[in-house]
Design a protein around this ligand. Structure first.
Ligand code: ZN
Length: 459
């Protein structure tokens, strides 16, 4: 069946225009003021609403085995949460343990996502080691699996980290294969040394989680990997940028014309490190890496988003329950599973605190949450835009809708929400996934298992 959405303000990364959009066979079939309904079309009135391309979240972890447990949202609950907040594509990370094969790791991720996702998805391939087998597997990941983005960790020493020599090899190999690299940039030696020193001194409270990852340790690693990327002439994408020292390095590289991108997440714009001082272990709810920073860093990030020094809004959605999973670290901050939610909250929070407060335009909001991640990661123009031939992943957005975020009503399986009580302005009234209505007036009406793995072309 075909659908005509009429009278909405269609917001793209570059313009806002009242026009009609016709959807047929999962795709956008026509766009224009003169596009009218054909017989049998369902007509949706978009008056007083925005129509935007569905959000693309380039940074999530569904059912990730991590720190002795598994993150609580899987491809089913995670994609439903995303849809309820206006997101219709995600990129997860397939992460091997050291010594494991990349291709066998991908099989594990295919299996864990199969039949569960309610919208489309793809994976980044993490590389946590360097040896002959990995060198042989990287080109196959790109050519056989359509996975063109890789991930390296400079943090999590002994678990996921790679050293400078390994990074150099990975930058070269991914470039030769037609891919590029995402980086978790924090100096892992300093992080591990400080965390262990605090613990040996008996300082095991949650606040020491943040003190073990000083902003300069993030800035240093960010600058180092940008420099390594420049030597190899490889593109580098810095995930979850939190603070001024990291923004400075990215801005300087971009000013030199280097292919460097930065991503931040809502938590680094809206939450700060004073939360780690909450009594009764409540601070553990906010433990993630890199940690929450100071209010002054939030100001730097908002400006960087507006000035295009930071190009993408992700979430690092990786939720763990407070009643059980976070309790693993009650006596030692080093054992608190790192991460929390954001898939459902990303678009409403950035609209509320970015667009309605005049920090960014609605076009920039669409660019940060949908168009740029689709472009950078090779999903564009299938995703991230409203053009003839694009997938009909669409969100009808009521700019006047109000809501209050709460664990009582969110669609994540987590038992708390870091944004509990936050009021939002603007929200999705209808969401389509490849032409099928998936959310309507706050109800999930989509189909679990309808989401497909999307292959991407080499760069
Ligand atoms: Zn992550």
């Amino acid at each position: 069946m075909a659908i005509l959405i009429q009278n909405a303000e269609v917001v793209s990364a570059t313009e806002t225009k009242r026009t009609n959009v016709r959807v047929e066979h999962e795709k956008i079939a026509a766009v224009g003021e003169d596009v009218v309904a054909e017989s049998g079309d369902e007509i949706v009135d978009g008056s007083d609403q925005l129509l935007i391309p569905g959000g693309v979240d380039p940074h999530v972890h569904m059912a990730l085995p991590f720190m002795g447990t598994v993150s609580i949202d899987d491809f089913e609950s995670g994609t439903i949460a995303g849809i309820m907040g206006g997101t219709t594509s995600l990129i997860d990370f397939a992460i091997p343990a050291k010594g494991e094969s990349l291709l066998e790791t991908l099989d594990v991720w295919y299996e864990k996502s199969a039949g569960k996702a309610a919208h489309d998805y793809t994976f980044h391939m993490a590389v946590v080691d360097w040896d002959e087998r990995i060198a042989e597997e990287i080109p196959k990941v790109v050519s056989d699996h359509g996975i063109t983005s890789f991930k390296i960790f400079m943090a999590y020493k002994g678990v996921f980290d790679v050293n400078d020599e390994q990074i150099f090899h990975i930058l070269e190999a991914t470039k030769a294969a037609g891919g590029f690299v995402n980086v978790h940039a924090v100096n892992g030696d300093i992080q591990l040394m400080l965390a262990d020193r605090f613990a040996e001194q008996g300082n095991t409270d949650t606040r020491y989680h943040a003190l073990a990852q000083p902003p300069r340790a993030e800035g240093e690693a960010t600058g180092r990997v940008i420099d390594l990327g420049a030597i190899v002439e490889q593109q580098v994408y810095i995930v979850h940028v939190t603070c001024e020292p990291a923004v400075e390095r990215i801005a300087a590289a971009r000013a030199r014309g280097e292919p460097v991108w930065g991503e931040t997440c809502p938590q680094y714009l809206l939450l700060d490190d004073s939360l780690y001082d909450l009594p009764d272990f409540e601070g553990a709810k906010y433990v993630l890496s890199p940690p929450l920073r100071k209010k002054k860093d939030q100001d730097v990030l908002w400006r960087a988003l507006a000035d295009n020094e930071i190009s993408v809004m992700g979430t690092d959605h990786c939720a763990f329950t407070f009643s059980e999973q976070k309790q693993m670290g009650r006596d030692d901050f080093r054992l608190i599973p790192n991460g929390f939610m954001g898939l459902q909250e990303r678009l409403p929070l950035l609209y509320t605190h970015g667009v309605t407060k005049g920090r960014i335009s609605a076009n920039r909001w669409v660019e940060l949450c949908s168009t740029n991640p689709a472009k950078i990661f090779g999903l564009y123009p299938r995703k991230g835009t409203i053009e003839v031939g694009s997938d009909a992943d669409l969100v009808l957005w009521d700019p006047a809708a109000t809501d209050t975020i709460s664990a009582e009503t969110h669609f994540s399986r987590c038992d708390y929400n870091v944004y509990e009580g936050f009021e939002t302005m603007g929200g999705p009234t209808k969401v389509w996934v490849r032409g099928e209505l998936a959310a309507s007036e706050g109800e999930f009406v989509g189909t679990v298992g309808r989401g497909e793995f999307v292959k991407r072309p080499p760069r």
